[in-house]
Write a protein that binds this ligand. Structure first.
Ligand SMILES: N[C@@H](CCC[C@H](N)C(=O)O)C(=O)O
Length: 327
């Protein structure tokens, strides 16, 4: 019997099982990892309410990294980045290595993370770098003769919404909308087209609607590739902040308050000397519980012999988000 220790975490209630590969006696194969993710993440029949994905922590390959994060979406596909997930991995490695600033290896690069002052009492808070940012449609990919797609109609998706497309480095489609549209079914309809074999988006993409709430204050609702509706998507909130600065009234290098169905984060958009952009994403990194599974059972979708221990810290996050005003 192979024991599998997992830690359940969330960032703005975008929830994950964190799996530290360095703690495993049995090296998981890629097939086992995908199967495990598909089994435990199911919302109905998965492990203790399921999850949006698995964050796999490992030693980094690069000598300048403090560790590595891989992101497996609930459907078993691999994502190049996960902003909310990276905050929780930053916390995990910060506590493990006793080091407040880290460099974490992701599929497309080394990203800086650091422990920050708490957003509110009892809420562990971390800042992560969102980069590299590319407007090139080759990096999304989006199949069209254009090089970039900024604030333009995509008639195959909608006759009225203007979309902007970016890779940060995972792919995002962003549209600024009115409140009524934000809460309508349209986001799901469009995201299902984008992720349902669209010839324009062969790898699918994350799709977000953004409502401007006031100066430096937006609300982002996201339908994630490989997951579906999520409480929050860190890279989507960062991409939305970028277009808020480029297309609306947002200010470079100033805090933007980003509300989402799972709470809030802060972002900052920076332009570097070489004219490229990077974003800071700042928010909670909350531990929910630890659980030990029997791997063979879990691969078959059976979670009857789990051992659990709970953290109490989510209560502080829940009372914090109760007090957030959305307008
Ligand atoms: N929730 C994440 C993004 C996860 C990956 C996404 N589903 C993809 O396939 O690109 C975040 O916080 O950024």
């Amino acid at each position: 019997m192979t024991q599998l220790p997992l830690l359940k975490v969330h960032g703005s209630e975008n929830d994950f099982y964190l799996l530290d590969r360095t703690r495993l006696a049995h090296a998981l194969s890629e097939q086992e990892l995908i199967r495990l993710t598909q089994q435990i993440c199911q919302r109905k029949n998965g492990l203790l309410g399921g999850a949006d994905g698995i964050l796999v922590v490992d030693k980094g390959h690069s000598a300048s990294s403090d560790g590595q994060m891989r992101v497996i979406n609930a459907d078993g596909s691999e994502a190049s980045m996960c902003g909310n997930g990276l905050r929780t991995v930053a916390r995990y490695l910060t506590e493990k290595l006793n080091q407040e600033a880290l460099v974490i290896e992701t599929l497309h690069g080394l990203l800086h993370t650091k422990k920050m002052p708490e957003l509110a009492v009892g809420i562990p808070t971390y800042q992560v770098e969102i980069s590299p940012v590319s407007f090139s449609l080759k990096d999304v990919p989006m199949i069209t003769t254009q090089a970039e797609w900024i604030h333009q109609l995509i008639p195959e998706l909608s006759e009225t919404l203007f979309f902007s497309v970016v890779a940060v480095p995972n792919p995002h489609l962003i549209a600024f909308v009115e409140h009524q549209t934000l809460t309508s079914d349209l986001l799901q309809v469009i995201a299902e087209k984008v992720n349902g074999g669209s010839p324009l988006f062969p790898d699918g993409a994350n799709v977000s609607f953004v409502e401007i709430l006031g100066p430096q204050k937006i609300f982002v609702r996201t339908y994630e590739r490989g997951v579906g509706f999520t409480n929050a998507c860190g890279t989507a909130m960062s991409a939305s902040s970028l277009f808020y600065v480029l297309l609306q009234q947002g200010q470079l290098s100033q805090d933007i308050l980003v509300l989402n169905p799972g709470g809030m984060v802060k972002t900052r958009v920076h332009q570097q000397e070489d004219k490229t952009y990077t974003m800071d994403l700042i928010g909670n990194a909350t531990k929910l519980f630890e659980v030990t599974l029997n791997l063979e059972d879990a691969l078959l979708g059976s979670f009857t012999e789990v051992k659990q221990s709970f953290y109490e810290e989510d209560a502080a996050y829940q009372s914090f988000i109760q007090g957030l005003t959305k307008k």
